[in-house]
Design a protein around this ligand. Structure first.
Ligand code: GLU
Length: 418
């Protein structure tokens, strides 16, 4: 994208936009617009060819007023402090809006995991874990998967941290493999949660999900899984993409073949899949459809392209995909936006279940997890909807009023030390 967006300014502006609805001390609002702690580490890792490369990693701990810091770790060439801080702040609002007892954090390493071998990724992960180990822990800060990290990476973090401590510490990360204290339902939780929130919103706004045309930007852990659930609920997935581009069929894609192709070649090849044509990611955003799911990276809808959106509803599976300029344009157009901090909260909710199971050394059934996830998301949607109706504001503003209000109240109750 040509336009560069300051993610942190965007995140801070979102708080400013709702401050007039809250009866909160100005000082507390200023405090929650900045992170509590920012950690930068520069560390070496050995490459397969014997050379040593220096990597830069971050962990930004935004807020732990309501509970331990919580949030993912991403491995991506564009990871930087500005965006990591915005993402950490969004985690604070996410855990608050669904009312789970965590704060917010985010981290990452600037690297290109697609060009690294498994061994290189393991060495990078283990050294990064060692570098941030004084600052994380089951009751301090609990990382999880995010863009281009997965249960395998979480297992290395858990192992490295456990070696440092001299005992198995399963609760230090969530999103682990099932065999290592991972939770049933965690892997699919974010994508599934998006669909739970969308189904509820469709009911409320009178958009039948059955037969709805859904375009999905992104086909990873969020987009790919959301596509499966939308399809199984009778919606019609008309487009899906990855970072290289997408495929489209206005009558609905042959989803199974498309995902098989993606798994096999790590891209969508229209000739191999059949019954679809190639489209760019920009074209996908402007498709004539009912529901547009943004499940790739941040800042994809901006002041420059938001006016092109034709969908009735936008579902933010990614974190921060819509800038504040785009938000205003969408609101004017009457597009319903299901905000990231609610729409993609399924992941951190099941992370919370995983952490609770680890601490109590319990195992919950898949059914128990599915029911609890659905209850929390539906209740949170209703709470946000009520504020949106009472105060006549967008769902994003309503979600922020609820979330920032909860964090500010917690600050007020704890008071300022000394
Ligand atoms: N990375 C996910 C998110 O952005 C999950 C975080 C977690 O489970 O802690 O919400």
């Amino acid at each position: 994208m040509a336009e560069t967006v300051d993610s942190l300014k965007n995140a801070q502006r979102q708080v400013d936009m709702i401050s007039k609805y809250l009866d909160v001390d100005e000082g507390i609002l200023e405090k929650i617009k900045v992170p509590r702690r920012e950690i930068t580490v520069n560390f070496p890792a050995k490459m397969d060819d014997g050379t040593v490369k220096i990597f830069t990693g971050y962990r930004v701990q935004h807020n732990d007023t309501r509970g331990p810091f919580k949030g993912g770790l991403r491995y991506h060439p564009e990871v930087d402090m500005n965006e990591t801080t915005a993402l950490a702040m969004w985690m604070t609002w996410k855990t608050a809006v669904v009312n789970i007892p965590f704060g917010g954090a985010k981290g990452g390493v600037k690297c290109n995991p697609k060009e690294m071998s498994e061994g290189e990724l393991e060495r990078l992960t283990r050294r990064f874990t060692w570098e941030i180990s004084p600052f994380i822990g089951p009751d301090v800060d609990i990382p999880a998967p995010d863009v281009y990290t997965n249960p395998r990476v979480m297992a290395w973090i858990m192992d490295t941290y456990s070696i440092i401590k001299g005992r198995a510490v399963t609760g230090v990360v969530t999103g682990k493999p099932l065999e290592l204290g991972g939770s049933l339902g965690r892997f699919e939780a974010t994508g599934k949660g998006c669909v739970i929130v969308t189904a509820k919103a469709c009911q409320e706004y009178g958009i039948p999900l059955e037969g709805a045309r859904v375009a999905i930007q992104g086909s990873g852990n969020v987009g790919g899984i959301a596509a499966y659930y939308f399809d199984s609920m009778g919606a019609k997935v008309v487009a899906i993409s990855d970072s290289k581009g997408g495929i489209y069929n206005e009558k609905g894609l042959p989803l199974k073949r498309a995902m098989e192709c993606k798994t096999k070649h790590d891209r969508f090849i229209p000739e191999e899949i059949g019954d679809c044509v190639a489209i760019t990611n920009q074209e996908l955003l402007a498709l004539d459809c009912d529901i547009l799911v943004l499940a790739a990276l941040g800042n994809v809808l901006t002041g420059e392209n938001a006016a092109d959106v034709k969908a009735k509803m936008i579902v933010e599976g990614a974190n921060g995909p819509t800038t504040t300029e785009a938000d205003l344009i969408l609101e004017e157009k009457g597009v319903i936006v299901l905000p990231d901090i609610l729409a993609n909260a399924g992941g951190v909710i099941v992370s919370y279940f995983e952490w609770v199971q680890n601490l109590q050394e319990l195992l919950w059934s898949e059914e128990e997890i599915a029911t609890r996830l659905q209850n929390i998301l539906e209740r949170s949607f209703e709470e946000v909807l009520k504020i949106s109706k009472d105060k006549k504001v967008s769902l994003r503003m309503a979600a922020y009023i609820l979330a920032v209000g909860r964090v500010a109240k917690a600050h007020e109750l704890r008071g300022i030390y000394p």
